[in-house]
Structures are given as structure tokens and as C-alpha cells.
Ligand binder design. Structure first.
Ligand SMILES: [Zn+2]
Length: 183
């Protein structure tokens, strides 16, 4: 018998082998801690938005090139320039314990001015992973943040009436500011 390991199992094993990168807390991706100096200009669900749009309180492009931080420890799964409406995008897989299970989620940071990490990098919470951008002048500078239910979902469109697989980032981060471990 050949045992078939799913992609998700192999990611889970990666975290089991590197337990120091299992997350025990989450924070917002800008203005750490707690998004100080930023506001959510288009929250999850508004206009069928699949993420949050973080903008500096100064408005306009005042937040361009501000640091973007990883919302938790994790593993960089993508750092790709898609050009067009997405621009430079970083995705990070996070893992945390819920009872006996190891939960996996993936965060996505879009329209970046600069990417400061590469696929395969291990990341700590609050580490600068890039800078806020405009997707090469398409938008006023802001950070589009998504949190996906599981790793490896397609890039998507950023907007959809079908929210399957997408979590409300602000709600998720608030609920996981501190993760209680049973150990
Ligand atoms: Zn957005």
C-alpha cells in the first residue's frame, strides 16, 4: 500500500517539524499593534469585497511605502507580481492549534509596492513582508488583506457574492489575538 499524502498534510507536517512557527497570536497587518493610525476603508462583505482595505488615516497616498506586517508566524507560500489589478501579492500559510487539531489558514497581502520575502521563507508575527502600494498606480495606496479558510485556493477576483472559503479578516484577527493552547 502506498500512502498518499495530501498537499495539506505535507504543509501540516512542515509546521509539526518547525513548531516554533505555529502561531499563538495574530495582529493586524499595518500599524502594529492593533492597526494604530489606519482605518479599514472597505471592510469584508461591503460591495461583495472578499477582504479588508487598510488605509492610513492621512488619506490619499500618505501610506504609500508604509510597512506591511505578517499577521502571524507562518510560511510564505507565494510572492508573485501578477500585474494588473492585483499587482505584487504575498501569501502566507499560518498554522495554530485548536484542541488536538492543527488548523491551517492562508493570508494574502495585495497591491504591494515592494515584496520583502520569498516563497519558502519562515516568517514571524509582525515581520515586515513588504510595503503598501498602488498596484502600479491603479489605486490610491492601500493594503488589500484576505484570510482564506485553507491554503492553495485560486487567486480569485477580490470581490464575489460567493464568500465560500473567505473569512472576515478583522473578525478573525480579533478572535485570534491570543490563542489559548490546551497544553
Ligand atoms: Zn480590496
Amino acid at each position: 500500500m502506498v500512502e498518499v499524502m495530501t498537499e495539506e498534510d505535507s504543509i501540516r507536517n512542515l509546521f509539526i517539524e518547525n513548531p516554533q512557527f505555529i502561531a499563538n497570536s495574530f495582529d493586524f497587518p499595518v500599524g502594529k499593534p492593533d492597526a494604530k493610525g489606519y482605518y479599514n476603508a472597505q471592510s469584508f462583505g461591503k460591495n461583495n469585497h472578499l477582504g479588508d482595505d487598510w488605509n492610513g488615516n492621512g488619506g490619499g497616498n500618505s501610506d504609500k511605502s508604509d510597512p506591511v506586517y505578517s499577521i502571524a508566524t507562518g510560511y510564505v507560500s507565494k510572492a508573485i507580481n501578477y500585474f494588473g489589478g492585483w499587482g505584487k501579492v504575498v501569501t502566507i500559510i499560518h498554522s495554530y492549534k485548536d484542541g488536538d487539531s492543527l488548523i491551517l489558514k492562508e493570508s494574502l497581502y495585495a497591491h504591494l509596492d515592494t515584496m520583502m520575502v520569498h516563497k519558502g521563507d519562515w516568517i514571524t508575527k509582525g515581520q515586515e513582508i513588504g510595503k503598501i502600494g498602488t498596484a502600479d498606480g491603479i489605486y490610491l495606496a492601500h493594503l488589500h488583506l484576505e484570510i482564506r479558510q485553507e491554503p492553495g485556493m485560486p487567486l480569485g477576483q477580490g470581490y464575489s457574492s460567493d464568500k465560500k472559503g473567505y473569512l472576515d479578516p478583522t473578525l478573525f484577527i480579533r478572535r485570534h489575538r491570543l490563542i489559548q493552547s490546551n497544553e
